[in-house]
Write a protein that binds this ligand. Structure first.
Ligand code: HEC
Length: 294
């Protein structure tokens, strides 16, 4: 605009007058209009003698304010999340975070072994125990509490060349004085690796009928708790293989507090995320029934 030739400021027509006005405003002086003299060149508003000039000025100021407001509003749009909250993947808490989103909308197939529901909780209790392969100790640099670290010991489709399975099958791990994986549990590990060692997860309907100690609670503890709470030297001096011990922590409130991660109780399991809601519900039903030995 500053290159506009001065002599064109005398031209008529609304557009030319707008251009003239902008030019004058930018230069901070009023030198347009048919009857301007140099002594009027003092202030921008002095020369707004006609109604149409004033209207034009306020229109331009209005447009300018709107443009500034728009520019200020634009950056705030960038903070909008790209996905609605329910579509953003969140790990289940604890140290079980994963880089890849997990498709949780898969219905559980009885012939598939799922990492999230079975392998992770089993390894957390039998291997990621205090002093062994947990986040604090990570003996020999081996960490067995989340998918990425567990995969450093696994060759998918090849259990024989997967240290994770090899050590267990040879009887080297867990150490002799610790609770051992049962044959059925070793088979789960083998099948999961043979199926590609995926970070897979599934949904099943939650059946809360006929919750019993022997048919529901003990098997749940065997898979998810008793690597720590079994054997001759159980963690927290709580042997959850034993009904009487389980009944004691059920009746004094510690079992329900621990699995629901209530403040003032130790969160159980301590890593790998909370138990699925269905497991928690089963435990609560058993506790509310008086934790019977059935
Ligand atoms: C990785 C090992 C580990 C696993 C897995 C684990 N626990 Fe524990 N648990 C501990 C240790 C260690 C303590 C005692 C120290 C503490 O209170 O933190 C404990 C304490 C407890 C307590 C007492 C809590 C309190 O506040 O006094 C209960 C109840 C319990 N565990 C239940 C469970 C149940 C049920 C499971 C399985 C769903 C489970 N634990 C899995 C290690 C484990």
């Amino acid at each position: 605009m500053s290159h506009l030739p001065r002599q064109r400021s005398r031209s008529v027509g609304p557009f030319s007058r707008l251009v003239e006005f902008c030019y004058a405003a930018l230069r901070g002086r009023a030198s347009f209009g048919p009857d301007r003299t140099p002594e009027h060149d003092t202030s921008l508003f002095d020369h707004m003698s006609t109604r149409s000039e004033r209207t034009l000025t306020f229109t331009i100021i209005g447009l300018f304010v709107m443009a500034v407001m728009l520019m200020l509003m634009l950056p705030s749009c960038k903070h909008e999340p790209l996905l609605p909250p329910e579509q953003i993947f969140t790990s289940e808490g604890g140290t079980g975070g994963t880089a890849e989103p997990i498709d949780t909308n898969v219905y559980c197939d009885p012939d598939t072994v799922y990492f999230q529901q079975t392998i992770l909780p089993m390894l957390v209790t039998y291997c990621a125990t205090p002093g062994c392969h947990d986040a604090i100790s990570h003996e020999e640099g081996v960490r067995l509490y989340d998918y990425q670290h567990i995969m450093q010991q696994v060759h998918p489709y090849d259990p024989g060349h997967s240290d994770l399975y090899d050590e267990v099958q040879d009887g080297d791990m867990p150490p002799n004085n610790s609770p051992q994986l049962s044959n059925a549990q070793q088979q789960l590990l083998y099948d999961w690796i043979m199926q590609g060692a995926q970070n897979n997860s599934c949904e099943s309907t939650c059946n809360l009928d006929n919750v019993t100690w022997s048919g529901t609670i003990l098997p749940l503890f065997e898979l998810k708790c008793n690597g720590c709470h079994g054997g001759s030297n159980p963690q927290g001096s709580l042997s959850l293989n034993s009904w009487s011990v389980a009944n004691t922590v059920a009746m004094d409130g510690r079992l329900a507090g621990a699995v629901q991660h209530v403040v003032d109780f130790s969160a159980m399991p301590p890593s790998g995320g909370m138990l699925p809601q269905c497991d928690i519900d089963k435990i609560l039903i058993w506790v509310q029934a008086g934790a019977p030995n059935n």
